[in-house]
Design a protein around this ligand. Sequence first.
Ligand code: ADP
Ligand code: MG
Length: 566
Amino acid sequence: MSSDANTPVLRNCIRLPLAEDELLEVTAKAKDYAIMHGAAMRSKTAFSPDSLNFAPFVLVPSSFPRKEFEKAVALQPIINRLMHNVAHDEEFITTTLAETIKVDEFTANLFNIYRKVLAHGFTQKTSLGMLRSDLMLESACPELSPRALRTAAGEDGGQDAGAAVGQIAGAVGAAGVGTAAGTGSKEKEEQKEHREVQLSRATKEPERRATGAQSAYCCWKQVEINTIASGFGHLGPASKTIQRFVLSELGHADKLHNMPDNNALAGLCNGMVKAWDIYAKPQAVILFIIEDVSYNICDQRFHEFYIRETYPHIKVLRRTLTEVHREGKLGQSKELLLGSQEVAVIYFRAGYEPGHYHSQAEWDARYLMETSLAIKCPSIHYHLAGTKKVQQALAQPAVLERFINDPEEIKAVGKIFTGLYSLDDNEAGNASYEMALRTPERFVLKPQREGGGNNVYGVDIPDALKRMSRVERSAWILMDLIHPPLTKGYMVRPGGDMPPQIVDMVSELGIFGVVIGDAEHIVHNYQAGHMLRTKLSTANEGGVAAGLGALDSPYLIDSDDEDEQK
Ligand code: ADP
Ligand code: MG
């Protein structure tokens, strides 16, 4: 959907296609390897709690520019802090969601819990944030494209491309020292960037054709930030395990050093354990809130097993919202009790979509947990901070200054946002509405929902918008479509073609972050691994459980590499 004939293609980590007999053999082996290493899911079509299918995966890792990967990793603690500060800004959350909650019942229900908790004061001041910032490379982005910048320099009077790259790297580098302190207004910069995008699009393809080169230079843009049920802490690292095996089987063990370490499972589980330590009651348990049926079971059980094996003294329970309503109550100090067991930490892997709340009982359970002493991941304010509406508000000029002090950090975070537009019933919202009707192919329309399958893309947008009243539009935001570069490879799915065919794909990288603290202090803040999901370039969305996406992991490439396809 977001690719066309001009979309650049990232070079592959190995030369494809593979010979058919080799492909058949390695694919069959990789499928078994995936099942036997827990890169698996329950079947939706033939569900049985007693069996697993391997999760769809890409046979060899997809390329990703090293600099951009490193930038995303380095930026995560800043994003963690940003989201922590946003979650604790009552005024910002209230104002930002004011119009949305008038028309979006689900967000309104969450907000009502927030309001009630605020009125009584937070019983537990500490929150556990386990975030995932999702991003895509933007092939039309000028920021790290030396060619585009060179062209732009000619137009704009000599900006130095190398210096521009240095500024971005500096802003997120370990020392956090950049060379440029906010020259000119953001608005001006945006106009200039827009011009550069145009220039980049106009110049990129003929030049690429002429040189035969595939530029690995793409900046990235944030797709969304997740503050609830950020999945793939296990499947992220598991994807690397499969692809490492495949590359070795194919005789490319020498390339494994370009697959970055991924300790997402440990990073996330240790986050829960750090929160458990803060709660400081040796008998208290960690509670996972789960759906009625967990298809993505490996990505939950491996968390549980990691905790049980690494910290055998900490017990883990799994309950649905309905079960918490039935069994849960508050003790004298508002501790959450399930029967006689006290809960220290609640990890929500459900509760992010209306379908998880079958009746008022589930909402009551959520409220009960929110008012309890247990440390929540996420607490209600963290959940609200992760709404699409808040993401849209954060992308507006000058808003970041409210949450981040360092000008270089503001600049670095500001650059990750692509255009995000309000559809509230006011002048700006109405202008976005008109813009969407005029050029729908530039946009994606998003409601306040998580979990995939809710967005409206491109040419479908006008009809969707016209069906809404002016106020109903405030439940949605509009976002510029990102145009990721293509990779070519084999996607392997249960019941799929054998041998698989080479297909055009695009990837979405997720960077995990853990942040723990209260309104005044952050006590833990770290980046916690990554995950890569890859989908057919023709698909709008790439949910792996939904059946369109596939597990993948990044193969880091450098812009100045020689052709690696040996
Ligand atoms: P959800 O909360 O449902 O996961 P997302 O905002 O992540 O919502 O959108 C779902 C999927 O839609 C993403 O994983 C991505 O594949 C695609 N998508 C979302 N926003 C964009 C965008 N701006 N440009 C291109 N694709 C997008
Ligand atoms: Mg998403």
